[in-house]
Design a binder for this molecule. Structure first.
Ligand code: 13P
Ligand code: ZN
Length: 301
């Protein structure tokens, strides 16, 4: 595999698969896939997906798997072993964007840019059952997605089926100027505008600059996603989870917008973050009280 994920023989085995006869509503037109495709297009429109930047995965329901089965390859790819294992994802199916494939192209050709992979009974291997035509394979960040799906499924939010990674400009810029501390970053973002604490009351996690696609990044992020719904990858982007496409995209957009407002305010203020007016901790508590939010108290003063 080259650095941008063109499938060669990265796992020492071919993942070519053979298409069979089909019936029913095409996978591309099923509601979950329409939501998946729309999110990819929306993220591209926002400017968060230069080249092949960013990736998306969705843990399918049993009913969705059933409605896709007639479109699955008669002969799926061979099993591809991962360096991670999650027993609670045994037998799961994921829709996932391809390594090196472009978000801007997903809408034009979903079955080239997106695939459906099945996880084996041991929870340590995947095989391609639909899409990712012409030798594609899941995103190079699939280890992160996989471990985080496992964490999410085992958590208080097992409804979080969607994991989304993007490269939003202002979040990346923020990670250059602020201490890489979850409390400091969360407080800056909560105070950027009043909606933020409503959208991410648990706060935002952060990992330092790490090699994209690495196991180190996957493990560090999955650990933080036990606590947070979104984690900043310093100098790289943001990883977000949610129960549906709207709220996951909305979380990404809200964090990015808050980072932008924070940066704008610093620029308007001559480079200082000592603002004349801001949202106080009492304001944050009042918002939390009025909406009965379960706020991360450790991040309030
Ligand atoms: P993929 O093309 O493998 O999804 O990689 C894009 C990316 O953003 C890596 O962090
Ligand atoms: Zn990335």
């Amino acid at each position: 595999m080259d650095v941008f994920g063109t499938m060669q023989d990265a796992f020492g085995q071919g993942v070519s698969a053979v298409k069979g006869a089909v019936s029913g509503v095409a996978v591309e037109n099923l509601p979950f896939m329409r939501g998946f495709i729309r999110l990819c297009s929306d993220g591209w429109q926002e400017g968060w997906h230069e080249r092949n930047g960013g990736n998306l995965s969705y843990r399918m329901t049993h009913a969705e798997v059933d409605s896709c089965k007639s479109f699955f390859y008669d002969v799926p790819s061979s099993w591809v072993k991962m360096s991670v294992q999650a027993k609670n994802l045994a037998g799961a199916y994921f829709a996932v964007t391809g390594a090196g494939r472009y978000m801007r192209n997903v809408q034009l050709d979903p079955s080239f840019n997106v695939g459906i992979v099945e996880i084996n009974a041991a929870g340590d291997s995947w095989r391609l059952v639909w899409g990712l035509k012409d030798g594609g394979m899941p995103t190079s960040e699939f280890a992160s997605h996989f471990l985080i799906h496992s964490v999410r499924l085992a958590s208080a939010d097992p409804t979080h089926r969607i994991l989304y990674h993007a490269h939003p400009d202002n979040v990346i810029a923020l990670s250059k100027i602020i201490p890489l501390d979850a409390r400091i970053i969360t407080r800056a973002l909560w105070k950027a505008h009043t909606e933020c604490i409503m959208v991410f009351p648990k706060g935002i996690g952060v990992v330092p600059c790490m090699v994209p696609g690495s196991m180190e990044l996957a493990r560090a992020t999955s650990e933080l996603m036990k606590t947070y719904d979104a984690v900043i990858w310093a100098q790289h982007g943001l990883f977000a989870s949610g129960p549906d496409f709207d709220s996951t995209f909305g979380l990404m957009q809200t964090v990015e917008k808050a980072a932008k407002i924070h940066g704008l305010a610093i620029a308007m203020n001559g480079g200082s973050s000592e603002f004349a007016n801001t949202i106080t901790d009492d304001d944050l508590r009042a918002i939390a009280r009025s909406l009965n939010l379960k706020v991360n108290e450790a991040f309030l003063s």
